[in-house]
Design a protein around this ligand. Sequence first.
Ligand code: FES
Ligand SMILES: [Fe+2]
Length: 443
Amino acid sequence: MPLSPADLDLVRGSVRADSVHRRVYTDPAIFALEQRHLFRNTWMFLGHDSQVPNAGDFYSVDIAGEPLLMLRQADGSVKVLYNRCLHKGAKLVRAESGNAGRYLRCPYHAWTYHTDGSLAGIPFKAGYEGTRIVDCPERTGMDEVHHVRLYRGFVFVRLAEQGIGFDEFFGESLSSIDNLADRSPEGELEFAGGVLRYMHDCNWKPFIENLHDTMHPMVAHEAAAGTAKRLWSQQPPGGKPPMAVELLTPFVEGHEFFDKMGIKVYPNGHSYTGVNFSIHSKYSDVPGYEESMVRRYGDERAHAILGEVRHNTLYFPNLTIKGAIQAIRVVRPIAADRTLIESWTFRLKGAPDLLLERTCMYTRLINAPTSMVGHDDLHCYRSIQEGLASSAHDWVSLHRNYRPDEDVTSTAVVNGTSELSMRRMYQSWLQYMTCDSAWEAAP
Ligand code: FES
Ligand SMILES: [Fe+2]
């Protein structure tokens, strides 16, 4: 069903070139429209294929309110099915992950399915003879998500039957995933170290805006990062800083540092910070790593890969990656004021273990429920959510470095404290909330 004229007006009236209406963060009706349109028309990150290494392995997750199941097939391919029994609708799998063996068996009446979703058996089937249930075309198997794309192990889905293709949607922004995977001397990644999940009692968009909000670290993170910096400055000079100090102290670099870092913006709301350098640029070498990269890629290519130290990449709307630290954060919107953030860490296949140790430490220190940095942001997001409940002023500023004639479609590099990436993100939000495929594909 297409957006009603009233919904169209609501959505279109919520975004200006240089600001957004507070209701995009607070209104449950807007969130319902995001579930039905934005999260179906865009390519959403589902998971990584290293989560399902063996035939029969599954991983279940909700996207746009739909329970989905990623399943490794016997031929090595990956399918994504709707996690719903054809009989009465029970979820076939309640666990987050596991191995189904050769069949999925519904826990309610034991209808069984092959792992490709086709129906394998119905108990006491004779009672259905002569009814339509066994020969309706739609009853031959579990529903499948048809638009699934694996890119360097990252699994994306587009739930709308019609819409923009994967390559067109992400375009050159895929270079951040390439750089992350290329950092493995074997060119492959695998999730390692588990996942850290933390619930945010706020809308999902302040989180992704924050990725490129380089005006905040030296303010919001002064307590933790500034303390680490001061403590280390009191040590005798010339020593090697501990890993934790090395990871924390760049958060209190000045405005000029972040401005010079640069932001690259792409079409469709994707972007990354750290075009010229980033907070990850000065980490200590990991013994043996550079040598293993040179052996694999040759001197020039290895140093080109390691010379890219991008800060945060946003794959609009639900994936954020940190190539230089081999970690990702996944946005799982739940309600207008409720968002689950997942922090996953990668092992670079063929790289020294110390790299994974650094990745895990970074995530624990910066991007976890127990972290010394991420909770500063969460505190501010919650504060935004409460502040925007006020009707005193309806519009939220995206003005920094705004020019009325700015290009809102082409790839561009701008100064690192510009809010161009946020403005682009909201133009993309507007486009995929209202695009033609939404009219045709929404149920
Ligand atoms: S609901 Fe699945 S077998 Fe009945
Ligand atoms: Fe932050």
